[in-house]
Design a protein around this ligand. Structure first.
Ligand SMILES: [Zn+2]
Length: 456
């Protein structure tokens, strides 16, 4: 038995939650890594001891879908503010999307972004490159710089990102397969949704619900069927971002039964709002794909229960206050902030019996860390990074934008009463959030894909 050197930090008396169970355990940390997890062990001379009695100890959440808007849209958010929000929300790893200005479609831009954002990160981060029109060689070069994967926009979203044609998509899927990296896809058929938007505009519609009508379920079903077909042929690890419809999930089930392998993500927003939200929040809840009717929301929850949904993410997508107040649905941007509300919202769902805290750990930490091959992330276990979130599952809180950390804290959850709150967040053993404050200098590091510990 090796002798454990003196730990830097010991978290005692908490309940450590894994993806498949929970136990009352102490956690010892040295040099940023967990060195031991055990019950009632004696730790002599630890530099710091934290009493977590009555609290849950979770592995830091891994959010594989955020838009921190840097470079080029820093009036909306930047890496400092966005990763501060992550720290406050118990999210210790974010993977940032490439639809910035300019979009991250070349190795040169990838390196520029990395140099720009790394000194500002309060949590660890990975960066996606773009799967664009004819940039397969650049994708290979971005993989060499540590890209976590590639984003493919099949449907329009923030930024000027035209959907590549099917041949370009296939060449990009091949390049990603060669690099062994995940391609994450926004699966909506661009031509169809533009046609529906034109029709609704011609009818004079500008109301929030017109956005939902412009993107019927088959727009998603067609796109995901096509991309899953292509990705299987190319041998690519494919991830469907923000799957939003019952029909889409049903199609994924059918395709999986035929042997297609794909991971599926649901957004917190799609799980916590149905289309009645348009009447209350207007264009603030405009999202691509849209907030759907209650039957689709129920199908997503059913998919979580049955294991059809692999990952929950935020799609944290900040805009300025003025932009969020835009009354014309076609001029309004899609998306809103979510990093600070994800964990409290999901803890509230556990209090209401829709899921367990183990489900949260699986869907928001363990599974994404494995899918994107993040070594050392996703579990509270020896050898893993000491990314820890201390949670009080019984604390009642009210969502209050004024206490949040994004640049524009406008949230449709404002005033919502929640059960469960983040008490403290540790990044590799160092506290980054405590007592309502983000603390310390930015110490986040780039996460590159590598073999995850314990992965065969
Ligand atoms: Zn997004």
């Amino acid at each position: 038995m090796p002798h454990h050197p003196t730990p830097d930090l010991v978290v005692t008396g908490g309940t450590v939650v894994a993806h498949d169970g929970r136990r009352r355990q102490d956690v010892a940390v040295r040099d940023g890594r967990i060195v031991a997890v055990g019950e009632g062990l004696a730790w002599d001379g630890a530099a710091a001891t934290v009493d977590a009695s009555g609290l849950l100890v979770l592995p830091g959440l891994v959010d594989v879908h955020v838009h921190l808007r840097e470079p080029g849209m820093t009036e909306k958010e930047d890496f400092a503010s966005g990763t501060a929000a992550a720290a406050a929300g118990g999210v210790t790893t974010v993977v940032d999307m490439p639809n910035t200005y300019p979009p991250v479609s070349t190795a040169e831009r990838f390196q520029e972004k990395l140099d720009l954002v790394a000194p500002k990160a309060h949590v660890d981060f990975g960066l996606y490159g773009m799967l664009g029109q004819d940039n397969a060689e650049e994708m290979t070069a971005m993989a060499g710089l540590g890209a976590m994967g590639f984003k493919l926009f099949m449907g329009q979203t923030t930024g000027d990102n035209r959907c590549p044609d099917d041949a370009a998509i296939f060449r990009g899927l091949e390049a990603a397969a060669e690099a062994g990296l995940v391609v994450g896809v926004h699966a909506e058929n661009d031509h169809l949704l533009r046609m529906f938007i034109d029709r609704l505009r011609a009818e004079g519609r500008t109301d929030p619900r017109a956005h939902l009508e412009s993107r019927p379920a088959f727009v998603e079903v067609e796109a995901l069927t096509r991309i899953i077909t292509l990705a299987t042929e190319a041998g690519t690890k494919l991830h469907i971002h923000h799957l939003s419809t019952a029909a889409g999930l049903s199609r994924v089930r059918d395709l999986r039964a035929q042997g297609h392998r794909v991971s599926v993500e649901a957004l917190v927003a799609h799980l916590t709002f149905d289309d009645s939200a348009y009447d209350v929040h207007g264009n603030l809840v405009k999202l691509n794909p849209p907030i759907r009717p209650a039957a689709d929301v129920a199908a997503l929850w059913d998919g979580i229960g049955r294991g059809d949904v692999d990952v929950i993410a935020t799609d944290h997508a900040p805009h300025t206050a003025a932009e969020q107040a835009e009354p014309d649905v076609w001029k309004a941007y899609g998306g809103f902030i979510g990093l600070e509300t994800m964990l409290p919202l999901l803890l509230t769902e556990t209090a209401e019996g829709r899921m367990t805290v183990e489900d949260i750990v699986r869907l928001c930490s363990y599974a994404p860390a494995r899918r994107w091959s993040m070594a050392g992330k996703g579990a509270v276990a020896p050898g893993f990074d000491a990314d820890l979130v201390l949670v009080d599952p019984s604390a009642g809180t009210v969502v209050n934008g004024a206490s949040m950390h994004s640049k524009h804290n406008i949230t449709p959850y404002e005033g919502r009463e929640l059960k469960g709150s983040v008490v403290a967040t540790y990044l590799r053993g160092v506290p980054v959030y405590e007592k309502g404050e983000v603390i310390g200098n930015p110490a986040g590091r780039q996460v590159r894909p590598g073999r995850t510990r314990g992965e065969r």
